[in-house]
Design a protein around this ligand. Structure first.
Ligand code: HEM
Length: 179
C-alpha cells in the first residue's frame, strides 16, 4: 500500500494544521463582523461590517476548509490512521465534509443579501429579523472545529471495527504485543 514518507508526512501535516488554524481564524473574523454589524456603534461602521462579510469571507473560508479536507485525506490515506479505521479520523471527516457543504449551500447564497442589507442600512432601513440568524454559522463552525481539534490531539475511542488487525502487523508481532 502507498504511504507518505517522513518528509511528505511532516509537510502535509504542517499544511493541514495551518489550513485548520486559518479556517478557525476566519470563523472568528466572521463572528466579530456579525457582532459589529448587529451591535456596532454608528450606522456606517455596521454597514461596513456587513459589506465586508459579504465581500471577503466565503472564499477564504471555503479554500481553507478544502485545503484542510484535502490534506486530511492525504494524511489519512498515507498513514496508519486510514480514513474509516479510527473513530477520531472518521468523525473529523464527517465534520469537515458537513461544514464544506454548509458553506456552499447555506452561507454563500445568503451573502448577496447581507451585502445589500449593509448598503440599505445607510438609507435608514430598519434591521430585518434575519440578521440575528447570522450568529449561527460562526457558532456552529467554531464548535465543530473545536471538537475536531480536541479529537486530533486526544485521538479518542480507538478503532471503528474492534478486534481487526492493524495493517502490516504480522501474527507474530500481534502475539508479542499481547504478551
Ligand atoms: C475538521 C477540521 C480539522 C481540524 C481542525 C484538524 C486538525 C488537526 C490537527 C491540529 C492535527 C495535529 C494533531 C497532532 O499532531 O497531534 C491533525 C492531524 C491529523 N488529521 Fe486533522 N483536522 C481536521 C480535519 C481532518 C480530516 C477531514 C481528516 C481526514 C479525513 C484529518 C486527518 C488527520 C490525520 C490522519 C492526522 C494525523 C496525522 C499524523 O499524525 O501523521 N483531519 N488534524
Amino acid at each position: 500500500m502507498w504511504k507518505l514518507n517522513r518528509r511528505w508526512r511532516q509537510t502535509t501535516l504542517i499544511v493541514h494544521i495551518v489550513a485548520a488554524g486559518a479556517w478557525i481564524g476566519i470563523d472568528v473574523i466572521v463572528a466579530v463582523l456579525v457582532a459589529v454589524g448587529r451591535f456596532g456603534s454608528g450606522v456606517e461602521t455596521r454597514s461596513l461590517a456587513y459589506q465586508a462579510l459579504a465581500a471577503f469571507v466565503v472564499w477564504p473560508m471555503l479554500i481553507s476548509a478544502l485545503v484542510c479536507l484535502a490534506t486530511g485525506l492525504l494524511l489519512g490515506l498515507g498513514t496508519k490512521w486510514g480514513l474509516v479505521r479510527y473513530w477520531w479520523v472518521l468523525v473529523k471527516l464527517v465534520l469537515n465534509l458537513g461544514l464544506c457543504l454548509l458553506i456552499v449551500t447555506a452561507l454563500r447564497p445568503g451573502m448577496a443579501e447581507v451585502g445589500g442589507y449593509g448598503r440599505e442600512l445607510l438609507t435608514g432601513a430598519p434591521d430585518p429579523a434575519a440578521v440575528s440568524e447570522l450568529f449561527y454559522p460562526p457558532a456552529v463552525s467554531l464548535t465543530a472545529l473545536a471538537i475536531a481539534t480536541v479529537l486530533s490531539v486526544a485521538k479518542p475511542w480507538g478503532r471503528v471495527r474492534r478486534g481487526s488487525r492493524p495493517r502490516g502487523d504480522t501474527k507474530r508481532q500481534l502475539v508479542t504485543a499481547r504478551r
